[in-house]
Design a protein around this ligand. Structure first.
Ligand SMILES: NC(=O)c1ccc[n+]([C@@H]2O[C@H](COP(=O)([O-])OP(=O)(O)OC[C@H]3O[C@@H](n4cnc5c(N)ncnc54)[C@H](OP(=O)(O)O)[C@@H]3O)[C@@H](O)[C@H]2O)c1
Length: 270
């Protein structure tokens, strides 16, 4: 699996998502993923499974420094004092250092410089390697990048959601775009165009969606599964699509957001 280079970070192009992957199911998924070759795991304070991710990492035969581990600071804990306490909690639950620490959602009230300043202290202390953001619009990511060296914006991205503005902003700042819900939270699994292209490559619709994503410079993807067979399948996606196939997939864009809670920012048109 190739890595995405972004402002000093090397992010494996496919990582394991763990949202809605609780307890033992999460531990089993992370263990299966590490065993079959994943070297990138995505969690968050909000998911309530950091301890299970940490346990799987600790039990694995894979050396910790070979794995790229991301977690995210909750949106209701973005004041500097809250960041300090909550990241201490993440470090304790994970039982290991954090490779990439993200702001999970932008705040409407707390200046991003203040939050990033508090996160930066953990970088200086050596407990966190890189900082980034998630669910930031193009304008928000440009503003945030003034205040810290950021390596990614993690946003929803898949063939049904083009994300042109955010992608252009990340490219301009040397940041990766980490695609969450890369299978549109399951909506893409029965897409006939992906299915047809998949048949030509002996792959599934899910694998075609992931190949389309990670075939783009600067893009990584974090599909979630708790099924060992599908976990393995989602890593076997470093294959080339033809220009014509890519164009057919590009044409599927329809502005579908599967993750748009009421506190979302005013999204860029997509
Ligand atoms: N930053 C944020 O605000 C944010 C928001 C949403 C998500 N995320 C991250 O992104 C990750 C992925 O997003 P997601 O969980 O929304 O959805 P997703 O990865 O787009 O889709 C997951 C769904 O697809 C199924 N699936 C996975 N691989 C498959 C395959 N090869 N064939 C058939 N079905 C397959 C899974 O079921 P099984 O488990 O049964 O295989 C699950 O129902 C999350 O887990 C989380 O880490 C971040």
């Amino acid at each position: 699996m190739h890595v995405v280079q972004a402002n000093g970070a090397e992010i494996p192009a496919v990582g394991l998502g763990t949202w809605l992957s609780p307890g033992e199911a999460c531990r089993g998924a992370v263990a299966a993923a590490l065993e079959c070759g994943y070297r990138h795991i995505d969690t968050a304070q909000l998911y309530g499974n950091e301890a299970w991710v940490g346990a799987a990492l600790a039990d694995s035969a894979v050396a910790r420094d070979e794995v790229f581990l991301t977690t995210k600071v909750r949106r209701d804990l973005l004041r500097p004092d809250q960041v300090a306490a909550s990241v201490e909690g993440s470090l304790q639950r994970l039982g290991t250092h954090i490779d990439l620490l993200l702001i999970h959602w932008p705040s409407r009230s707390i200046p991003v410089a203040d939050t990033l300043g508090a996160m930066q202290r953990f970088v200086e202390r050596g407990d966190v390697s890189h900082l980034g953001v998630s669910n930031f619009t193009a304008a928000q990511v440009r503003e945030a990048a003034i205040h810290a060296k950021l390596v990614c914006n993690q946003v929803e991205y898949h063939p049904y959601l083009a994300q042109r503005a955010v992608k252009a902003a990340c490219d301009g700042l040397g940041m990766a775009l980490v695609a969450y819900s890369p299978l549109a939270h399951g909506h893409l699994l029965r897409e006939p165009v992906l299915d047809e292209i998949g048949r030509a490559h002996g792959r599934s619709a899910a694998q075609v969606a992931l190949a389309w994503l990670i075939g783009q410079p600067g893009v990584a993807a974090i599909p979630k599964s708790t099924n060992p067979g599908r976990i393995r399948q989602n890593l076997d996606v470093d294959f080339a699509l033809t220009g014509e196939e890519r164009a057919r997939i590009d044409a599927l864009a329809r502005g579908l957001r599967t993750c748009a809670p009421p506190f979302s920012p005013d999204w860029d048109p997509s």
